[in-house]
Design a protein. Structure first.
Length: 268
């Protein structure tokens, strides 16, 4: 009976865990990207169905000791899925950001992307010096505005010259704009950008864009319990000291890219 129950469980897993259902749970815009993630789903699905069929055919002759092979098969499938997920994420890594020891992650300078967004059409996106989305000449004698923020200021869905801070020039073409934003940043990370570049830019005005999730992003206790967690290592201000902590709970999320990927997609 245990072998029959296991065979049925494997067959149900193979039938339910297909590309259609997984893409509805984990996919963006209803599809799985990159392509290797689709292959991972197919591998797990076919392996589970094949193992279920074999168990049904030999369950009467199977020895109890052979049941120990089952966890080995399961661990092998999970291990293969972990490896394939790491390969897929490495191949699809965005050229936009990099790991930063100081701030956790940062937007890179010299990024130049031209792509078609499914909701916003063709986007021409670039970054300038120090990863700023816009960095005018600080030597020009004009009123300089330093804009800080997160993904709203990074504005990957908006072409160059069309972001909200670019509209300031429609009111006054004589302004110099310096805009930096990185997706997922909390205000401590944004303050670190301010602290590093304030003297060289010497702004007359600092325009600081805030988001509702900044409260969660600035507190480790809240972030590890929130679906809005960045699942990255970021700095937090605790009792006047800057500490760096991983912003998700559990050993699995820390060391498994597969678990972290699934967790993040479900939260999204």
């Amino acid at each position: 009976m245990p072998s029959i129950a296991l065979a049925v469980a494997l067959l149900l897993t193979g039938l339910v865990l297909n590309e259609w259902t997984v893409s509805r749970i984990l996919g963006i815009e209803g599809s799985l990207h990159p392509e290797i993630l689709r292959y991972t789903v197919w591998l797990i699905q076919l392996t589970a169905i094949a193992a279920g069929i074999v168990l049904l055919r030999v369950h009467g002759r199977i020895q109890r000791a052979w049941m120990l092979v089952v966890p080995v098969i399961v661990l092998t499938i999970l291990g293969a899925a972990e490896v394939l997920t790491r390969i897929a994420l490495a191949r699809s890594r965005s050229p936009l950001r990099a790991i930063s020891i100081e701030r956790g992650w940062e937007t890179l300078p010299g990024v130049d992307m031209d792509y078609v967004h499914p909701a916003f059409g063709r986007i021409s996106f670039s970054t300038g010096r120090h990863g700023f989305r816009r960095f005018d000449d600080p030597g020009v004698s004009r009123l300089r505005i330093l804009v800080l923020g997160d993904s709203y200021t990074e504005a990957t869905q908006v072409s160059d010259g069309e972001a909200y801070f670019d509209q300031l020039n429609a009111f006054d073409p004589g302004l110099s704009i310096f805009a930096y934003g990185t997706g997922g940043y909390g205000t401590l990370q944004e303050y670190m950008v301010l602290d590093r570049h304030f003297d060289s830019i010497d702004p007359g005005i600092v325009l600081w864009q805030l988001s509702a999730n900044d409260l969660v992003n600035n507190d480790h206790f809240l972030e590890v319990r929130s679906p809005l967690s960045s699942r990255m290592t970021r700095p937090y201000l605790e009792e006047g000291e800057v500490v760096r902590r991983f912003s998700a709970s559990g050993m699995a999320a820390r060391y498994s890219r597969l678990v972290r990927f699934v967790d993040a997609r479900v939260a999204m």
